[in-house]
Design a protein around this ligand. Structure first.
Ligand SMILES: [Zn+2]
Length: 211
């Protein structure tokens, strides 16, 4: 909450993330003061009700899932931070993770006009007057092709040998399809082999000598 207060005061964009008490869900959230909900706008229950976290019952906590859930959420956090800082892809405002269903909800949470943080409310009013500008999230329009001027190692992309035969768009499940298919074996297999002849070894040697 202290970080939230400081960032609201400075107008500093930051990422907040967390793993739920049950250790099988988590989320990351991009907080742009005045534009998206801050930590105080919609705080987790334990913070809002000022209950000591230590007093919470921990029934149903799957301790075995905690490191993996944390690892996955940390990976999502690092990935989105890189996207934000390096300006590629689309940065998620909110990306959740539900380990039980492998469900990744995304959404954008508006700031709460009655937020407890006065700086958050001030920033909300400031942002209302300002024309809509890309906030870094979803800044796809200034995406440029990546060009590396130096190429000391001579790395280059080459096309596939096989011409692109339109792969059959087989849908495995809703929203999931094959990224590529294995090319069918070509019929001219063994084309590099020397054809059988009826000539004897001596005759072949003589032919070689004539070359
Ligand atoms: Zn707020």
């Amino acid at each position: 909450m202290a970080i939230n207060t400081a960032c609201n005061e400075l107008g500093q964009t930051w990422f907040e993330s967390g793993v739920a008490e049950n250790a099988v869900s988590g989320h990351i959230q991009l907080i742009v003061p005045g534009v998206t909900a801050c930590f105080a706008c919609a705080p987790p229950l334990v913070v809002a009700s000022q209950i000591d976290e230590k007093t919470l019952k921990r029934e149903g906590v799957c301790a075995a899932s905690l490191p993996t859930t944390m690892g996955i959420v940390a990976g999502m956090l690092a990935q989105n931070t890189l996207k934000k800082l390096l300006g590629f892809g689309t940065v998620s405002y909110y990306l959740g993770y539900n380990a039980m269903q492998d469900f990744f909800p995304t959404m954008r949470i508006k700031p709460n006009p009655t937020c407890d943080d006065s700086n958050c409310r001030t920033k909300q009013l400031e942002m209302k007057d300002r024309p809509q500008t890309p906030t870094g999230a979803a800044n796809k329009e200034d995406e440029e092709d990546v060009v590396h001027e130096d190429n000391d190692w001579g790395i280059s992309l080459v096309g596939e040998n096989e011409p692109d035969v339109e792969p059959e768009e087989k849908e495995i499940a809703t929203g999931i399809k094959l990224a590529y298919t294995v090319p069918a074996p070509t019929s001219d297999d063994g084309g590099d082999l020397v054809q059988d002849t009826e000539l004897s070894l001596e005759e072949l040697q003589r032919q070689m000598g004539n070359l």
